[in-house]
Design a protein around this ligand. Structure first.
Ligand SMILES: Cc1ncc(COP(=O)(O)O)c(C=O)c1O
Length: 562
């Protein structure tokens, strides 16, 4: 259907079909009526928030939102859902009347083609927009469980957990209810000069989970949580009179976000070389080699630690903090630390008076199989950053936790200007905080970490199967994080597969993975020549199997191409 008249004609036909005893052309009386979702038959797929255009004809089509009209004993023949981008048959009739739901793809009717509008108006992150304009890109209009649904009603498994933050899928009732409750109560009030209940309650919960931490500072995304940690570290030492301690140590291939401070410590040349001139790069230490599927029980080597100690001793007077991801690096190149590495760093920080900042943004909340990864690593940080899964993806929120020792260095009279000079408009946002509270409650209720561990065993078994492929190189795995390096092993070349042919055009391997996976019903993003497996944390067995089957299929496709 493409025109309004077409639409009317169909509606008339449906009106006739839907009625046995009443005939005749439907008199269209158009009214935009917001139908209360609970008052009509639904399947979970019906896109209810939009308007229902109700065609009302004398006597037999009624606006069912109005129970009063049932008194007229009318027979509803048709309900037109307008506009919607989701084709789902929804015929379940709780009313004493006939209901036919015609779902109309309203692009032309309302003059808005979302794909075109997206291309015209939206600038996408890490995207060559010239290239983007040439593709048939998807616009997501709805989520349903672990699936994303586009304008044409196609469903894609959210294979990268919406940038690694999704926990429960996209329609978790308890989280949605908590948002609604909070929105009705207090929508926003900042922590500048005021407290708010959700921010206080969440802080208490987080400090219970994160043993050794005593205070919570709120921000709204991972990068800002890192900025908070960096500024906190610098000011901590200044407040104590050590002005020279203003540089950072960090790890090569570490990634901590895209803001200037975060780029300075997590400098990934492929992403950040344009900005190098304005960054104040940290001293970066080469991390130990990643644990692979076969040597994952390996312990960090003593000579590595000895070398590390020499660096810490050298930079002790000038470095305020060491910053590292917890348990594993991801975005700068997937690397699961060998046992004892994080603990050894922690001990050196303590010995050489350097604060330890642990970034749990991507790896905390169960991603690596532990609720709090730094505790599992037996490290003892001074400052910890959390984000992503903190709200399960339902609201932007991040936190920077610190110990009393750090916090108390900021206590003084205002005249001494020792208070922490940092804050965001959305600091401690009540909706974000109440979402996080519900999310963490659900972790306990469903014993999610245990479930993650079970899925992790399954993931390991599937990764082992994939190891045999001639295009699979190193495989890394921990918890619900998996990474497969694609290499051309034929003739023992072992060269990374950096690009692949796609309909006669060479595209990067990560782009190829994304485009081929979406055709198979999965949305995922690779990292260069690495397939990264980061599913929503509560993913069920069936969906997880589907995701891994698609990855196996992708590997087979690549096998015949190289
Ligand atoms: C370890 C780590 N730290 C920080 C960030 C930045 O988080 P955000 O994208 O929310 O700014 C990321 C993002 O992927 C990350 O992986």
């Amino acid at each position: 259907m493409s025109t309004l008249s077409d639409f009317f004609i169909r509606l008339a036909v449906y009106g006739a079909v839907g009625k046995d005893e009443k005939k005749g052309f439907i008199l269209l009386y158009l009214s935009f009526t917001l139908v209360i979702s609970k008052s009509i038959a639904t399947s979970a797929d019906l896109y209810l928030e939009l308007y229902f255009l109700l065609a009302v004809a004398n006597g037999f089509i009624i606006p069912i939102s109005n129970p009063f009209l049932f008194r007229f004993n009318a027979m509803a023949a048709a309900i037109v859902v307008f506009p919607t981008h989701v084709s789902v048959p929804v015929i379940k009739n709780p009313f004493p009347c006939k209901i036919i739901v015609i779902i109309y793809h309203g692009k032309d009717l309302i003059g808005l083609d979302l794909e075109q509008a997206d291309k015209q108006f939206v600038w996408h992150p890490y995207t060559q927009m010239k290239d983007w304009l040439q593709w048939n890109n998807k616009v997501i209009v709805k989520g349903n469980g672990f699936y994303l649904i586009d304008t044409d009603g196609n469903r894609y498994l959210d294979g990268c957990a919406s940038m690694w933050c999704n926990v429960w899928g996209h329609t978790n009732k308890e989280i949605i209810d908590s948002i609604i409750t909070q929105v009705k109560q207090l929508q926003h009030s900042s922590l500048f000069g005021l407290g708010n209940r959700p921010a206080i309650e969440l802080a208490e919960i987080l400090l219970k989970i994160s043993k050794q931490m005593d205070h919570v500072f709120y921000s709204d995304n991972g990068s800002t949580a890192i900025e908070v940690a960096l500024k906190m570290s610098v000011q901590y030492w200044r407040n104590k009179g050590y002005n020279r301690k203003n540089r950072f140590l960090s790890l090569e291939h570490g990634y901590h976000g895209d803001t200037l401070g975060a780029m300075s410590i997590g400098y990934v040349p492929e992403y950040f070389r344009h900005f190098k001139s304005v960054l104040r790069l940290s001293k970066r230490i080469s991390p130990p080699k990643s644990s692979t599927l076969d040597d994952f029980r390996n312990h960090v080597k003593q000579d590595y630690i000895d070398n590390l100690e020499r660096i810490f001793s050298k930079y002790s007077d000038t470095c305020c903090a060491m910053v590292m991801e917890s348990g594993a690096q991801i975005a700068g190149g997937v690397n699961v630390y060998p046992y004892g590495f994080q603990k050894a760093v922690s001990e050196l920080c303590n010995k050489y008076d350097i604060l330890l900042v642990i970034d749990e943004i991507a790896t905390g909340f169960g991603r690596l199989g532990n609720m709090v990864e730094y505790l599992a690593q037996r490290s003892n940080p001074d400052i910890v950053c959390m984000g992503k899964a903190l709200t399960g993806g339902y609201s932007p929120l991040a936190v920077t936790l610190c110990k009393n020792e750090v916090y108390s260095a900021f206590l003084s009279d205002y005249s001494e200007n020792k208070h922490f000079c940092h804050g965001h408009t959305y600091t401690g946002h009540p909706i974000g905080c109440s979402v996080a509270i519900t999310n963490l409650r659900l972790y306990r209720k469903h014993d999610l970490v245990e479930n993650i561990r079970r899925n992790s065993i399954y993931l390991r078994a599937r990764l082992k199967e994939m190891q045999a492929s001639p295009v699979v190189g190193r495989i890394v795995h921990k918890g619900l994080l998996g990474a497969i390096d694609l290499v051309n092993k034929k003739e023992k070349k072992h060269e990374p597969i950096q690009s692949l042919d796609y309909h006669g055009k060479k595209i990067s391997t990560s782009n190829y993975i994304m485009r081929e996976a979406i055709k198979m019903g999965v949305f995922m993003r690779g990292l260069g020549d690495t397939i990264v497996i980061i599913p929503p944390l509560a993913i069920g067995k069936r969906d997880f199997k589907f995701l891994l089957d698609v990855i196996c299929e992708l590997i087979k496709k690549i096998e015949v191409m190289v």
